[in-house]
Design a protein around this ligand. Sequence first.
Ligand code: PRP
Length: 183
Amino acid sequence: MDAADVAADLTEVLYTSDQIAGRLTEIAAQIDQDYADKDPLLVGVLNGAVMVMADLTRALHIHCAMDWMAVSSYGMGTHSSGVVRILKDLSTDLVGRHVIVVEDIIDTGLTLSYLMQNLASRNPASLKIMTMFRKPDALKIDIDVTYLGFDLPNQFVVGYGLDYAGRYRNLTDVGILAEHVYS
Ligand code: PRP
């Protein structure tokens, strides 16, 4: 699905699939360089990171492994509490591994703040973050991002893994959702 398929639902296209692919090629080249001979483990956070994980890993020229976590926020609201429940844990032992956490988006930063503490306690050799998107104006906590795709405005954005009510994840472009869709 591309932006033309859901044109009436979007007020603006922020990044096209070509722009996303181009940025991922640049990031992959950097990771190739930084992790040559390190056999990194890329940890994707379900569900949104599926797209970026699939495209980023295929753009790499080095070997890597992949594993997945599923988490959900505790408490009221969606990401408000900062306490995260692990619904699916990794199958891989992190001791001595070079780990890159792969996310679709950092919004408040609370999910990754918790996850990074949790993963760091498993004694990896190194632990870095790659996120396709970040909303700087929504951040509630500082997150050290090593590989960043693009910053987004603090608006309701869908596509490339970002959903509204489970939809639009398979939108190849990224855009601002029109208010009539969710109001
Ligand atoms: C999204 C995203 C991050 C989190 C970021 O996941 O994939 O994991 O929100 O938000 P935060 O920075 O405010 O903590 P979501 O919980 O929407 O689940 P999903 O990946 O299945 O869409």
